[in-house]
Design a binder for this molecule. Structure first.
Ligand code: NDP
Length: 278
């Protein structure tokens, strides 16, 4: 890396930020595509976030990613919100335009869809999906399922009121809320099962779903990305089902950000996947 007066700037803003894998991804692409750029993690306290965002253009940033806890506040600071950001109710990408104005976008749904499409094209529209979880990530997944013409989305969450809120925000008649008590029964004819809860993030925890009724043709997805072999995925894989981990979603969601800042749609390569675990 040779930083000089022409180096293009991008980064990720969060608090804390040490855990972020985004610098690895974007700096890999700078090297791969021979772009004179650098992507830096910034630990910015909530009390400083507004000032930082308002001054991005003055420092010459092409844009930034935004992560916890700033994704919702960012919606109020940008000049234009993309439809995806509006639907998901959060911004994870800010694009700084030449005139200094800011566009807020969200790329998580794109990342989710691309990760599945790459492995199992058209799987989303094949049949009913079961979606576990109703937090921030579930919003992006639910939006992707709706956009991908999933015929029925069975939304299952421990706290029923949170499932209700998500269904209300999405406002789509394909969403059927299933009580947590019936979380194992509702999988029988589903062709897509998605864990978007945080169960499995801690290696000792597991999504408490019995897989006895799992359709052998169902594709099972866990969007957790720090472990590509969660207990839930391993239990499904043992049964012979196709399983997809969350690392691909993380890598694909970075593509539209990079493309909007630097004009190249970068590739998610096996080398990049390996780099994430190096
Ligand atoms: P949130 O905190 O917003 O939501 C957590 C969800 O998990 C809620 O639905 C919550 O249910 C459920 N949950 C938590 N603990 C339990 C439990 N003990 N039993 C049952 N349900 C539980 O988190 P996010 O939505 O932001 O993130 C969820 C996961 O998605 C994380 O593991 C995160 O790393 C991953 N993720 C992956 C991405 C990727 O690119 N691959 C992108 C973003 C997130 P309740 O409503 O009842 O509390």
């Amino acid at each position: 890396m040779n930083i000089n007066g022409k180096t293009e700037l991008a980064g990720v803003i969060g608090y804390p930020i040490e855990h972020s894998k985004s610098p690895l991804i974007h700096n890999y692409w700078f090297e791969k595509y021979n772009i004179n750029g650098v992507y830096v993690p910034f630990a910015v306290k909530p009390s400083d976030f507004d000032d930082v965002v308002k001054n991005l253009s003055k420092f010459g940033f092409k844009g930034v990613n935004v992560t916890v806890p700033h994704k919702i506040r960012a919606m109020e600071l940008v000049d234009i919100l993309s439809n995806e950001a509006k639907k998901i109710g959060a911004v994870n990408t800010i694009i700084v335009k030449n005139d200094g104005s800011l566009i807020g976008h969200n790329t998580d749904s794109f990342g989710f869809t691309q990760n599945i499409e790459q492995r199992c094209p058209n799987q989303i529209s094949k049949g009913p999906a079961v979606l576990y979880g109703a937090g921030g990530a579930a919003r992006a997944v639910c939006s992707a399922l709706i956009d991908g013409n999933c015929p029925e989305i069975r939304l299952v969450n421990r706290t029923a009121s949170n499932a209700g809120k998500l269904a209300e925000i999405m406002n789509c008649n394909k969403i059927k809320i299933v009580d947590w008590e019936y979380r194992s029964e509702c999988i029988d004819d589903a062709t897509l099962i998605v864990n978007s809860t945080s169960l499995g993030l801690d290696k000792s925890s597991d999504l408490p779903i019995e897989l006895g009724k799992l359709n052998p043709k169902a594709v099972v997805v866990d969007i957790i990305y720090n472990d590509t072999k969660t207990k839930f995925l391993r239990r499904a894989a043992v049964r012979g089902n196709i399983v997809i981990d969350g690392l691909g979603m993380l890598l694909h969601q970075a593509r539209p950000s990079f493309a909007s800042w630097f004009g190249i749609d970068p590739e998610v390569t096996e080398e990049l996947k390996e780099l994430m675990f190096a």
